[in-house]
Design a protein around this ligand. Structure first.
Ligand SMILES: *Cc1c(COP(=O)(O)O)cnc(C)c1O
Length: 410
């Protein structure tokens, strides 16, 4: 008789970790020792403490360490304590949640909004809650993992929900899918089309007006996860919809439902939201499993996020500063001889091809005092490994010059 019980998990996990390490794909976490900002202090995997320029955070407007955002969180902590100790519908809805949700609705131009502990959570709640048998969800092939998982979860929780994928940003292919759906006698319910507003690896944006037209033609609803666009896209940083003039009072049509994050441009703390017509947010309050069975966004975080969005609306010049920084950086990086993908966003990917090369360049940049992450296979397709530079309104031209000088030394 064996003296020990075999533990398959332990053996296979050790093997997975060994394989990742051998293939140069092992992620070593780098620890930040200061607030998130243009300049940060970090501890390298080798244990050295260094001051570096940060060009890989989503702190697009530099609000993560804004004094008013910090102070709002401290005030919230003093007034309401550390947590809600409850889900929203029992006793976890605090005044700052209501204030934040009103602010988000005003910011997004929607009738209502509802917050979650993350955008992942918001998106994961949306489709399983909204869909019923006979519905179909059609998704862009490059959509964020939380959209993909939300759709997968939907087909487990609600039997009889159909799913389809269209080639990335290919409206013709989407129309084929929509026509197939209309020709399918089993699809008797709602058709949903879902896309990222900004795609994070390339920095390209979805053709929302084109999607709106197709959705109207086939009576489908349009859902947009615009996490990378808040504080970035549109004249006042509302998002990709504002970039296209798809705001109330305009004549370009509207997005039906948004999900978004509070963990990027809007203060960078944590939290996510659903924004759209009240019937959708009300349904989520009544039926959303993560909202019924999981804690509310911490009040301190809600207070900081609320202040961050107020600052975006009060100081749209921050969005312009970001745009100026992006234009300057793109011009300088291009002039230094690097191939940089076209993008109207704050994401500037430099394609280098080989994964090991991207990782090596990122390492060398860190030695030169510039923190930029290299992405390779399997996060992006083989042969398209890249350095993903992300700009912030917090960067100065001198920061950008130092980035370009470091790039030139590679
Ligand atoms: C970053 C991101 C998320 C995740 O947001 P969290 O609030 O951190 O969960 C979701 N969707 C998209 C498109 C994102 O870019």
């Amino acid at each position: 008789m064996p003296t020990t019980i075999a533990q398959p998990f332990d053996a296979r996990t050790d093997e997975t970790l060994r394989t990742l390490d051998a293939g140069g794909q092992y992620k070593h976490l780098q620890t930040i020792l200061s607030p998130m900002d243009a300049e940060i202090r970090m501890r390298t995997p080798e244990g050295k403490e260094v001051d570096v320029l940060c060009f890989c955070s989503n702190n697009y407007l530099g609000l993560a360490n804004h004094p008013e955002v910090v102070e709002a969180g401290i005030e919230g902590l003093r007034k309401y304590g550390a947590g809600t100790a409850s889900v929203r519908f029992i006793c976890g809805t605090f005044e700052p949640h209501e204030q934040l949700e009103a602010t988000i609705a005003r910011y997004m131009g929607t009738e209502s909004s509802y917050t979650f502990v993350s955008c992942w959570n918001a998106t994961e709640t949306l489709f399983p809650t909204f869909c019923e048998a006979g519905d179909m969800v059609i998704s862009d092939a490059l959509n964020h993992a939380c959209i993909i998982d939300s759709i997968r979860l939907t087909s487990v929780i609600k039997k009889g929900v159909f799913k389809g994928v269209y080639k990335h940003s290919d409206l013709e292919h989407l129309e084929t899918r929509l026509q197939e759906a209309r020709d399918n006698a089993d699809i008797t319910g709602q058709i949903w089309v879902v896309t990222d507003g900004v795609f994070s690896m390339e920095g390209d944006i979805a053709d929302l007006p084109g999607l709106r037209k197709l959705c109207d033609k086939y009576d489908a609803k349009l859902v947009v996860d615009d996490s990378h666009a808040h504080g970035v896209m549109g004249k006042t940083g509302r998002g990709t919809h504002e970039h296209y003039g798809m705001v109330p009072g305009g004549d370009a049509g509207l997005v039906d439902y948004f999900t978004g994050t509070l963990g990027k441009g809007l203060g960078g703390g944590a939290g996510g939201f659903l924004a759209g017509p009240k019937r959708g947010t009300e349904l989520v309050i009544q039926r959303g499993r993560p909202t019924l069975f999981s804690n509310a966004l911490p009040v301190t975080v809600a207070c900081s996020a609320n202040k961050a969005i107020e600052i975006v609306m009060r100081e749209p010049e921050r969005v312009q500063q970001l745009r100026d920084n992006v234009a300057y950086a793109r011009e300088r990086i291009g002039a230094a001889g690097f191939e940089i993908l076209e993008s109207p966003t704050a994401i500037c990917p430099i394609i280098v091809g080989d994964t090991a090369k991207a990782i090596g360049m990122s390492k060398r940049l860190l030695e030169l005092g510039v923190f930029v992450i290299g992405f390779g296979y399997p996060v992006v397709p083989e042969g398209t490994a890249r350095l993903r530079i992300q700009m912030s309104a917090a960067h100065t031209t001198s920061h950008i010059d130092r980035l370009v000088d470091a790039l030139k030394k590679l």
